[in-house]
Design a protein around this ligand. Structure first.
Ligand code: SMG
Ligand code: MG
Length: 371
């Protein structure tokens, strides 16, 4: 297919409640969507960057800039483009996996809509619905946290992930265990807030029988994670450290983790995400699908990915209402702790025109011959 042009669209989405991690509190999302137009079909992509480069090096204004200046011109200059050629075409530009992933997602959506094939079927989904967890932010008090967790358990979430940081770790985890019991699948995510010298503190989490501890140390600390893994019993899961299937292979080879959080944006797209899934599955390593507070567009693709056979743990693929009072697509609704995998072609969901218009703050058309 040949790209006619790409629309960059910014949408303003207030969160239903503040979401605090060890690096930032989010109250509102300023999201970059891409719409790839081809003669056969249109496709949507969602860029999962945040406003500032705190989760990783990327940030939303930077992603828009690298797309309009480098990535989109490289793609539109290519006749015979398909989703599998997006990453190789963009590989000469270093970094920017989230920007690249959004474009690849949009091209894949256009291609699959034209072919009448769903994301799930294309990626290799083996389930009609996926089991969901929820990620619970850092709160002002343990009481507030317990109320939030109680609400999510009532809604039916199948596992709870608590965001932690130094000073908000042992006490909140203990309180959640004491209040809700040992049977609730519970895990924690530090977003790289600790150092290897904190190994003793992290080992104190062992008594709570957590499913995993996610990204305790810095993204570059692969070796240190391997050392930490020898000092704690709780399985280590990596998020920020894994930017490609190669990274995942290295992490597994040196024992830096025993579980992987797969986020398509972080690794440059759904096709690389599938490669990581395949690698982990071949090595008997469990994976689960992470989240970046996506709208219904990114959620549709994540849910399709999470339906692959190796995604054996519940993901951060929560229902739309956990994030947004009104999503830009028909909302994803939790049923018995699961979300349904869309069956229609491509993403299987589309933005609701009125809703999209309401939340759009800016649109920009990048034409093919701008190259
Ligand atoms: O989409 O439910 C979601 C958020 C899940 O905790 C979540 N994401 O490190 O895994 C993570 C964080 C990154 C985003 S923080 C704004
Ligand atoms: Mg994480």
């Amino acid at each position: 297919m040949k790209i006619t042009g790409v629309e960059l669209r910014r949408v303003q989405m207030p969160l239903v409640a503040p979401f605090r991690t060890s690096f930032k509190e989010e109250l509102h999302r300023d999201i970059l969507l891409v719409r790839v137009v081809t003669p056969e079909a249109e496709g949507w992509g969602e860029c999962v960057t945040m406003e500032s480069p705190l989760y990783s090096e990327e940030y939303t204004d930077g992603a828009a800039e690298v797309m309009r200046r480098f990535l989109i011109p490289a793609l539109t200059a290519r006749p015979g483009l398909d989703a599998n050629r997006v990453a190789p075409t963009l590989a000469k530009f270093k970094g920017h996996p989230m920007a690249k992933a959004a474009l690849e997602m949009a091209v894949l959506d256009a291609e699959l809509r034209a072919a009448g094939v769903s994301f799930g079927r294309y990626l290799g989904a083996v389930r009609d619905e996926v089991r969901c967890g929820v990620s619970v932010g850092i709160m002002n008090s343990v009481g507030e946290l317990l109320d939030a967790v109680a609400g999510y358990l009532d809604e039916g979430y199948l596992r709870i992930k608590l965001k932690i940081q130094p000073g908000w770790d042992i006490a909140p985890v203990r309180a959640v265990r004491e209040r809700f019991g040992d049977d609730v699948p519970l895990q924690v995510d530090a977003n790289a807030a600790y150092a290897l010298t904190d190994a003793r503190t992290l080992a104190r989490l062992d008594e709570f029988d957590l499913e995993l501890i996610e990204q305790p140390l810095a993204a570059g600390d692969l070796y240190q994670h391997a050392a930490l893994a020898k000092q704690v019993r709780t399985p280590i899961c990596l998020d920020e450290s894994i930017k490609s299937a190669e990274d995942a292979a290295l992490a597994l080879a040196i024992g830096a983790c025993s579980i992987v959080n797969i986020k398509p944006g972080r690794v440059g797209g759904y096709l690389e995400a599938r490669r990581i899934h395949d690698l982990c599955q071949a090595n008997g390593i469990a994976v689960w699908c992470g989240g970046m507070l996506e709208t219904g567009l990114g959620r549709a693709a994540n849910v399709a990915l999470a339906a692959l056979p190796g995604f054996t743990l519940p993901g951060d693929t929560s229902a739309s209402r956990r994030y947004y009072a009104a999503d830009i697509t028909e909302p994803f609704v939790l049923r018995d702790g699961t979300l349904a995998v869309p069956r229609e072609p491509g993403l299987g969901v589309s933005p609701l025109a009125d809703r999209l218009a309401e939340v759009t703050s800016d649109t920009e058309w990048v034409r093919a011959d701008a190259a």
